[in-house]
Design a protein around this ligand. Structure first.
Ligand code: ATP
Ligand code: MG
Ligand code: FE
Length: 336
C-alpha cells in the first residue's frame, strides 16, 4: 500500500510518499515561518497564499524523490482538519484533483491522528496506549484501545502548551515560533522562579496553562517596574520546568488509572528537549514503553498523515470528491 499524503492545515505545505504506513519514500516540507515571523504568528490569509504557491511543487517533488509514477500509487491522503480552513482547502483541492485525474481513492485524515501516528514511522503502535498530544493548538491526553480509536480523557481548559510557549517567548522578545527558542535559552537557565503548576494536584486529567502564562508576564512587569534586568534563561527554564512537571505528573496519573504501559508523546512541543529528557527518565523508572517521534516528525509533516491514512485505508474509510475542509473535528468522531 503506497500512499501520497498531503498536509496544509497550518503553515507547512507538505507532501510525502509512504509505503505500508511506515516506509518513507519521500518527505517534503516547505515551511512558511519566515513569512509569518514579522507578524509574530500565523496570518491565515498569508498562509493560504503560500500554500497555493507551494502545493504543486511539494507534490511533484514528493513523487520525484520517491521515484514513483502516479499509477504506482494505491491512494491519496489529505488532512481534512482541524486547522485553518483556507489553508486546509488548498491541500484538499490538490488531493481531490490528483485523485480524480489518476483515478485513486481519497483518504481524509484527522491532523491530530496524524501527529499520534508519527510514532509509527519508527515502530508499530502497541495497545492499549495513551498519547499525550502537545502541539500549537492542542493539549490532550488520549486513550487508544486499538487503531483509530480515540478517547479524550483530559484536555486543556485554556491555552494549548505550544500556544503558551509561543506567548511566553513573545513577551521575552523571542521570534515566532518561540518554542524552540525557549528550549534553547532554558538549557543555560535554572528554575529560580518556581511558577505555578496549574491543576497539577487536582484530581482531573485536564490542564490549564493560562495561570502560568500570567505569572510569567507579571514577573516580567515587576522587574521592569523596578528597572531590573530579568534573567531570560531562568524565565525560560522556570516556565519549562512548570510545564514539564504538570505534563509528566498528569500523564503518569493517567497511565496508572487506565493501567496502560505504552505512551506516545506527539505534536510540535514533543520536540522539546527537557520534555523528552524528563519523560525518558520517568518511563524508565515506571517501566513504561515510551515512543516519541524523531524531531522532524513532531512538527507538521505529511509522512505522519500517510502513516495514519494506512489504517484508514485498511478500514475502508474513504472520501468522495465532495470532501470539504473542517476547521474543527472532534477526534472521538474518528473512532472506526
Ligand atoms: P495543531 O497540531 O494543534 O493544529 P500546529 O500544527 O500549529 O497545531 P505543531 O506543528 O504540532 O502545531 O507544533 C508547533 C508548536 O510546537 C509551536 O507552538 C512551537 O512553538 C512548538 N514547538 C516546536 N518545537 C518546540 C520545542 N523544541 N520546544 C517547545 N515547543 C516547540
Ligand atoms: Mg507549523
Ligand atoms: Fe500540527
Amino acid at each position: 500500500i503506497t500512499i501520497l499524503a498531503v498536509e496544509t492545515s497550518c503553515d507547512e505545505t507538505a507532501a510525502s510518499v509512504i509505503r505500508n504506513g511506515h516506509e518513507i519514500l519521500s518527505n517534503v516540507v516547505v515551511s512558511q515561518i519566515d513569512s509569518h515571523k514579522r507578524f509574530g504568528g500565523v496570518v491565515p490569509e498569508v498562509a493560504s497564499r503560500h500554500h497555493v504557491e507551494a502545493i504543486t511543487y511539494v507534490i511533484d517533488q514528493a513523487l520525484k524523490e520517491a521515484e514513483l509514477k502516479p499509477s504506482e500509487l494505491t491512494a491519496v491522503a489529505v488532512t481534512e482538519g482541524p486547522g485553518l480552513i483556507g489553508a486546509l482547502l488548498i491541500g484538499i483541492n490538490a488531493a481531490k484533483t490528483f485523485a480524480f485525474v489518476h483515478d485513486l481513492p481519497l483518504i481524509p485524515v484527522h491532523h491530530i491522528a496524524g501527529h499520534i501516528y508519527a510514532a509509527q514511522l519508527e515502530k508499530p503502535l502497541e495497545f492499549p496506549l495513551i498519547s499525550l498530544v502537545i502541539s500549537g493548538g492542542h493539549t490532550e491526553l488520549i486513550y487508544m484501545k486499538d487503531h483509530m480509536s480515540f478517547e479524550i480523557i483530559g484536555e486543556t481548559r485554556d491555552d494549548a502548551v505550544g500556544e503558551a510557549f509561543d506567548k511566553v517567548a513573545r513577551v521575552i522578545d523571542l521570534p515566532y515560533p518561540g518554542g524552540p527558542h525557549i528550549d534553547k535559552l532554558a538549557q543555560t537557565g535554572q528554575d529560580t522562579f518556581n511558577f505555578p503548576r496549574g491543576l497539577m494536584k487536582e484530581k482531573t486529567f485536564d490542564f490549564s496553562f493560562s495561570g502560568l502564562k500570567s505569572a510569567v508576564i507579571n514577573k516580567l512587569h515587576n522587574y521592569r517596574q523596578k528597572g531590573e534586568e530579568i534573567n531570560k534563561n531562568d524565565v525560560a527554564a522556570s516556565f519549562q520546568a512548570s510545564v514539564t512537571d504538570v505534563l509528566t505528573a498528569k500523564t503518569l496519573q493517567a497511565l496508572k488509572q487506565y493501567d496502560v504501559n505504552h505512551l506516545i508523546i506527539a505534536g510540535g512541543v514533543a520536540g522539546n528537549s527537557e520534555i523528552r529528557r524528563r519523560f525518558k527518565i520517568l518511563c524508565e523508572e515506571e517501566n513504561i514503553n515510551l515512543q516519541i517521534p524523531e524531531l522532524k516528525f513532531c512538527t507538521d509533516n505529511a509522512a505522519m498523515i500517510g502513516a495514519a491514512a494506512y489504517h484508514l485505508y485498511k478500514k475502508n474509510h474513504l472520501a468522495d470528491l465532495k470532501l470539504n475542509g473542517r476547521n474543527f473535528i472532534d477526534i472521538e468522531e474518528y473512532a472506526f
